[in-house]
Design a protein around this ligand. Sequence first.
Ligand code: NAD
Length: 342
Amino acid sequence: MKIRVGVNGYGTIGKRVALAVMKQDDMELVGVVKKSYDYSLYQAKALGLKIFAPKEEDYKLLESKGVRVEGTLKDLLGKVDVIVDATPEGVGLQYKSLYETFKVRQVYQGGEKPEVADLSFNSLCNYNEAIGKRSVRVVSCNTTGLLRIICAINRHFEVNKVRAVIVRRAADPKEVKRGPINSVELNPPKIPSHHAIDVKTVIPNLDIITVAVVVPTTLMHVHHVTLRLSKSVTREDIVSILDSTPRIMLVNSDKSGITGTAGIIEAARDLRLRYDVPELVVFEDSIYVDNNEVMLFQAIHQESIVTPENIDAIRAITGLEKDPLNSIDKTDSSLGLTKRLW
Ligand code: NAD
């Protein structure tokens, strides 16, 4: 039997998760909840999605614009096993008691506070802990990127300490009201940034400090990460680990000519749907190893990196799949994640 899924909030994350759910043979997308009226409703219709409105008044507004609306969020909640909440930061918490009333399991996003859910989630780090939970929170895009690299290496060599500089994109491409800007902003001006605290919601005892700046770009985030391991390793060890870990893509500048985020996005524009890059991209030439210290640069496509994690989260909380690597494999092959862009 397929798990019935609803998506509340059809924006940057919600539309990607909805499409990803449609591609799973063990899930059924029952419908999506859309609050505002824009072109994406026509795309949703073309995809055959059933549209629901948050409340009666939103329902009336959408119908007055000629949109066929199946009902309200409450109607959708009566038909699903899992709701993926992809509403703006803090709105998910406001919906929590309604979700609980309808006894549906919940997947929240990283803009919510950790307390919204029973567990903060990352597929490579703590899939097993999520099995059977009523609710999980898929951590933010930057935290997902940090956790992927830490847990990939930690599976082979214990990671004792992490220091990371996070260069954040100022806004998503569609968020025109947040720009233009012309500055490198300390974000926040104090050390550490909240990202280290967020990583600790998944790996509580890790010694990690992060700092962050925001720069005038919309394409991707970039991290410079330094990991101290409990023993010495070679560069070949690290390249081989990253090369064999799912959801991590090595990009070699000699072979690709790519030396930054514009090159990644241009290659993805040529090769991919929506130019999404849900893989964590590690710049292979930047990997530097000195005894037990590993340094590298990595890039995160903020709009899509959490899509596969949402799919695994649904499998974990419903107990559909007990083995994290099986779920990761199933998700990645259905969504076309690869180890190389070409
Ligand atoms: P978004 O603004 O693109 O989409 C949110 C959608 O929810 C919009 O379509 C909006 O109309 C709708 N909405 C607003 N109020 C609503 C309500 N009361 N009920 C139902 N729908 C409502 O936002 P987003 O970027 O998709 O972010 C969603 C969540 O994902 C946030 O927690 C965010 O922090 C997190 N996240 C965002 C990114 C990113 O880069 N965009 C990356 C990772 C995680």
